[in-house]
Design a protein. Structure first.
Length: 276
């Protein structure tokens, strides 16, 4: 008798563009895990109802994307230290005892992509993080664990950057500035966590902000190089990378949390690049 596959999904709005079903299907095939994974469109205000319905039909775990990461944070019974600090959850695991665990794998995925896939060394580096929203908040703790020399958060509304810096100041040397205040400073790694890429633009960065041999990393990705990836190339970045690797790596962290098996992300990332 064939057993039914365990059910997993990603919830968001919009969600039809999500590559998570492809990624987790590749993970499952590679690791011989008996599961199915789907994308579920959720109406605003309907997150808890949708999750309850999914659990009632045997769902074992969820990935959560915009705009429901804070809803997932509220929904979880138990939060990891990362997700508690981030104020956002992108992975829910439904335990056999009925408990719901909330995790945020975004920052882990970013660090694994930078350090594992691209050989970056973050310890002692000067990092500039663009943006002070949920995306930035979700990656701060894993970045600071790497012990950079400093981490500066720059935002159009500097008070938001300062407030976010204060929340994480116990983990390292972190500060918040406005974009004009970056004048005269340079960095070894610039990470774009803003939504400017949706308009194919980049934040207003002063000349010289990217140090010699510096890297650029955009949390966004697309079929074509993003505006920030192009900006990095135009300003002499040693490496200018998009966020597809982060997407795959954060998915692998979710998969490991659910299944206790760590997939080979390199093979999956290569397969996705070929499909572009």
């Amino acid at each position: 008798m064939t057993t039914k596959p365990d059910r997993y999904a990603v919830m968001g709005n919009p969600v039809s563009h999500s590559k998570s079903p492809q990624i987790h299907s590749l993970f499952a095939a590679q690791t011989a895990q008996h599961l199915e994974y789907q994308a579920i469109l959720v109406t605003p205000g309907g997150f808890a109802t949708a999750v309850n319905a999914f659990r009632a039909t045997g769902g074992r775990g969820l990935n959560v994307t915009v705009p429901f990461k804070q809803d997932a944070w509220i929904y979880a019974d138990v939060l990891t230290s990362r997700s508690e600090r981030a104020g956002a959850v992108n992975t829910l695991a439904f335990r056999d005892n009925g408990e719901v665990l909330g995790e945020n794998t975004d920052g882990l995925g970013l660090v694994r992509d930078l350090c594992g896939n691209h050989g970056a060394k973050l310890k002692g580096k000067r990092i500039l993080l663009l943006g002070a929203g949920g995306a930035a908040r979700g990656i701060l703790q894993p970045l600071l664990v790497q012990q950079p020399a400093s981490l500066v958060i720059a935002n159009r509304t500097p008070v938001k950057a300062a407030e976010l810096a204060l929340l994480f100041s116990d983990l390292g040397r972190v500060s918040g500035l406005s974009f004009p205040e970056l004048q005269g400073r340079s960095f070894d790694l610039i990470i774009n966590a803003t939504a400017t890429g949706l308009d194919d633009t980049v934040p207003p960065l002063p000349a010289g902000v990217l140090g010699e041999g510096g890297w650029c990393y955009d949390l966004m990705y697309g079929v074509n190089p993003t505006a920030f990836v192009r900006w990095g190339h135009a300003h002499g970045a040693a490496r200018s990378l998009d966020g597809l690797g982060m997407l795959v790596e954060q998915a692998a962290e979710s998969f490991y949390l659910w299944r206790g098996v760590r997939p080979d992300t390199v093979a999956v990332l290569q397969a996705l690049r070929k499909r572009y």
